[in-house]
Design a protein around this ligand. Structure first.
Ligand SMILES: Nc1ncnc2c1ncn2[C@@H]1O[C@H](COP(=O)(O)OP(=O)(O)OP(=O)(O)O)[C@@H](O)[C@H]1O
Ligand SMILES: [Mg+2]
Length: 223
């Protein structure tokens, strides 16, 4: 089982002029593997992630999630499929300001009620590895950028998704915390999950099983 994108083309328009943000990209996220995508700012990495998750529709190409062509089904079915299978750690701040950190983490399981919340012991273990156990009763406004990112990581990892898509998960983290996050991702991959990590961090990409780089929308496999 895997997520397979073939010949993806995405065009954007800016001031009336169109340009190609993703240029004929073919890409696979297999279950049980960590796949890294690196590349300069603006090269199209987040656009590619959003297409793989079915959140942006490409002009050309197909995305199959476990053999379902997600742009061949209705948007409502596509959204359901994503909610059931893909946990996303977005590049930007994504916590809800009126909820405590604990409720932010738990929200995913509440909304997607088919998803049981992690047993208390695994939850405590994970939040303590991420160093956010003392923050659970606080609100996002009281946290640093790196702390908020770690909360977003915890929120996704509690969801027991088949695939995890992380957009710059370690962008605001120090080396030790980055290593801890990668160790958690490795644990997910070992449990059979497919992990996609977009990163500028060599330490992160080097610990992936498969590495791609993106240059002006063109994707090349490096490892
Ligand atoms: N909705 C949009 N409309 C027009 N242009 C867009 C849109 N979203 C992104 N772009 C442009 O498309 C290009 C690719 O953007 P994208 O966010 O995919 O880059 P990225 O590789 O993730 O960059 P970064 O490393 O800075 O996050 C950029 O030039 C960006 O300005
Ligand atoms: Mg990006």
């Amino acid at each position: 089982m895997s997520i397979v994108a073939e010949n993806i083309v995405k065009e954007y328009k800016r001031r009336g002029k169109s340009f190609i943000a993703v240029d004929n990209a073919s890409f696979t996220v297999p279950k049980g593997r960590i796949v890294a995508v690196t590349g300069r700012s603006g090269s199209g990495k987040s656009t590619l992630l959003n297409i793989l998750a079915g959140m942006i529709e490409p002009e050309k190409g197909s995305v199959n999630v476990d053999d379902i062509n997600i742009f061949g089904v209705k948007a409502s079915k596509r959204d359901k499929l994503r909610a059931g299978k893909i946990g996303i750690i977005p590049q930007n701040q994504s916590l809800i300001s009126g909820l405590t950190i604990y409720d932010n983490i738990r929200l995913q399981s509440i909304f997607l009620s088919q998803r049981p919340f992690l047993p208390n012991s695994s939850f405590s273990g994970m939040v303590s590895v991420l160093g956010i156990d003392d923050l659970l009763s606080m609100y996002p406004a009281n946290l640093s950028g790196g702390e908020m990112k770690r909360v977003a990581i915890a929120r996704t990892l509690t969801g027991n998704f088949d695939y995890i898509f992380a957009d710059e998960p370690t962008g605001e983290l120090d080396k030790l915390n980055s290593e801890k996050v990668m160790a958690l991702f490795r644990k997910e991959a070992s449990a059979g999950k497919g992990v996609l990590v977009i990163t500028h961090d060599d330490l992160v990409s080097q610990s992936a099983d498969i590495i791609y780089t993106m240059e002006d929308g063109r994707l090349k496999r490096k490892k």
